[in-house]
Design a protein around this ligand. Structure first.
Ligand SMILES: C[S@@+](CC[C@H](N)C(=O)[O-])C[C@H]1O[C@@H](n2cnc3c(N)ncnc32)[C@H](O)[C@@H]1O
Length: 205
């Protein structure tokens, strides 16, 4: 699928903005390393072609979203972009960073993120946060099509998705390279993984 020029430029700028503000690559914050957004950008056309992202249809959930960068980036493509973050101080970074980004986008006459982003504070495995998502957005856990995590807690999240998500939903794990884990109840999409050498993609049976 060919993306519109203005959207392409915007996505490039959003990726650049967040990549200039990476967290945890060095120092003690390794647990909250950030997705490399230029790599995510490089995966995008393939994810669209494979219909893993369906423009304005896909319901996206980042399990452990930190400052919400993947949510903001994908908000331009999906119908709803929801993130859950456990750490309060990390969760608090979402709003100010997004405001800074919007300033840059305005100055450069690029597209602002649509109003389909919801970032919630809590434990992604906790039923209460799923209820909170339902209250805030009207969306149930089983309505999400696409789940994402950056390696952290990937086994627990796979169990959760296996138990609660709908059949056919997709789980993307960022940060895998040579050894691909298997998760009960999922099919590994070998023909497209690891995408850009880093995204492992699974479909729920
Ligand atoms: C490595 S960061 C990735 C952030 C973001 N998804 C990205 O790719 O840039 C993982 C985040 O998951 C959060 N986290 C870990 N366990 C969690 C849980 N059970 N529920 C919600 N967030 C969690 C951590 O606090 C951390 O901020």
């Amino acid at each position: 699928m060919e993306l519109d020029e203005q959207l392409k430029k915007t996505l490039f700028r959003v990726a650049k903005f967040y990549d200039q503000r990476k967290v945890g690559d060095v120092g003690p914050l390794g647990f909250r390393r950030s997705t490399d957004m230029m790599t995510m950008l490089a995966c995008l056309e393939r994810l669209l072609d494979e219909k893993i992202i369906m423009p304005n249809e896909t319901m996206f959930l980042d399990l452990g979203c930190a400052d919400g960068r993947v949510n903001v980036f994908l908000s331009y493509l999906v119908r709803m972009s929801v993130g859950i973050e456990l750490d309060e101080w990390t969760f608090d970074e979402y709003g100010p960073l997004k405001l800074q980004l919007e300033e840059v986008l305005k100055q450069e006459e690029l597209l602002l993120p649509p109003e389909n982003i919801f970032i919630l504070h809590g434990d992604a495995t906790d039923e209460r946060i799923h209820q909170a998502i339902k209250r805030e957005t009207g969306v149930r856990f089983e309505d999400f099509d696409l789940f994402y995590t950056y390696l952290v807690m990937h086994e627990e999240f796979a169990e959760l998705i296996e138990k609660k998500a709908k059949r056919g939903s997709v789980f993307i794990v960022y940060g895998l390279d040579k050894i691909m884990p298997t998760y009960k109840g999922f099919r590994f999409l070998k023909h497209i993984s690891p995408m850009e050498g880093i995204l492992a993609i699974y479909r729920k049976d």
